[in-house]
Design a protein around this ligand. Structure first.
Ligand code: ACO
Length: 314
């Protein structure tokens, strides 16, 4: 029996209309456009309205997918959602709410919590379930309303985050496919990045997360290359979680990667956690940057601490 190819065959994304520029933010906390842009690469972020929830952002991303790709919604037989900012803490899962809002009935739907690595974990969970035959056509989401957990009085963190959602359709294919995936967790670093129980806001040890991120991205890329007998020259794009442009620059320098291979859009969206990779992929697809046969590495890193990567042949 020939092995199943499983790949991404459609993409959608959504960011709320409202933007908040660095200059506007400088009226809320003691910061400046110059500081934020030079330390992170961010210029502005999109913010959801008060009554727009994580599931609403995700549904908009799914509608975007279905409006751009001729797909039968009724054939979707699984929903996996990565989010750190679910509609409800605990239950019901945001995936079930998305299922209902999309008008889909009686299919498995569940959330995954893996911080900013969530989309990589979700993609792999969905791939495993397609391989096992439990699901066949799965919508995989990264959706975040981080503005609801940002402490808008803390300049160390509030400048970093934004809201948005991305989704992909994962299914059996004839050519494009996920080749490999690597996933890691370092629970001893859990306290470095936390949504606190009492305040429901983010606290972060910025310096240690920075050092972790540089190592996590670099090691993931090197590992995926080695495991698949590839060299850097074989890779057309690296799509990293968009946390900070300086992290990517430092990683490229330390590991000898060409920085131009990394696709970056953090300037316009800031850090949208689990949503950043699918939003970037959708943007690249729209700009016709993704070509058949290209090799692409997705790499995520974040709270947990978690990290991991996916090697794709497009
Ligand atoms: N505006 C102005 N000054 C600021 C701001 C701000 N928004 N934030 C911090 N500062 C000040 C600090 O108070 C400090 O001042 P002090 O020296 O008087 O105490 C000074 O800037 C330097 O602070 P550092 O924390 O040392 O700044 P650093 O150069 O490390 O940059 C940053 C901070 C950007 C957060 C960096 O540590 C970083 O990128 N960390 C990685 C974390 C990250 O990207 N997290 C995203 C979420 S996690 C994820 O997605 C994986």
């Amino acid at each position: 029996m020939s092995p199943k190819y499983i790949g991404i065959t459609a993409l959608g994304s959504y960011v709320p209309k409202k933007t908040l520029t660095n200059n506007e933010l400088s009226h809320l906390v003691d910061t400046s456009d110059e500081w934020i842009h030079s330390h992170t690469g961010i210029k502005e972020r999109h913010l959801a309205s008060e009554n727009e929830r994580c599931s609403d952002l995700a549904v908009e991303a799914a509608n975007n997918l279905f409006s751009n790709h001729a797909r039968n919604k009724a054939e979707i037989d699984g929903i996996v959602v990565s989010t750190a900012t679910p509609d409800y803490v605990g239950f019901p899962s945001t995936a079930c709410i998305i299922q209902d809002k999309l008008g889909l009935t009686d299919i498995p739907a569940f959330d995954i919590s893996a911080g900013c690595t969530g989309f990589i974990y979700a993609l792999e969970a969905a791939r495993g379930m397609i391989l096992s035959g439990t699901m066949h056509k799965v919508l995989v989401f990264g959706s975040e309303k981080l503005s609801q957990v940002v402490n808008w009085e803390d300049r160390n963190t509030c400048v970093l985050f934004g809201d948005g959602a991305g989704c992909v359709l994962l299914e059996e294919t004839n050519d494009n496919r996920i080749i490999d995936c690597t996933l890691h967790s370092e629970g001893n670093g859990a306290q470095a990045l936390v949504i606190q129980n009492d305040s429901h806001t983010i606290t972060m040890e910025g310096r240690s997360v920075y050092a972790f991120a540089v190592r996590a991205i670099g090691d993931t890329i090197v590992d995926l290359l080695k495991r698949n007998n590839l060299s850097l020259e074989d890779i057309d794009w690296i799509v990293p979680h968009q946390a900070n442009e300086r992290i990517i620059a430092a990683c490229a320098k330390r590991y000898g990667f060409n920085q131009n291979t990394f696709y970056m859009n953090i300037e316009r969206y800031a850090n949208t956690s689990a949503a950043s990779i699918p939003i970037a992929l959708k943007e690249m697809d729209e700009a016709n940057l993704l070509k058949k046969g290209q090799k692409i590495i997705l790499v995520g890193f974040g709270a947990g601490l978690t990290y991991g990567g996916t090697l794709i042949q497009w």
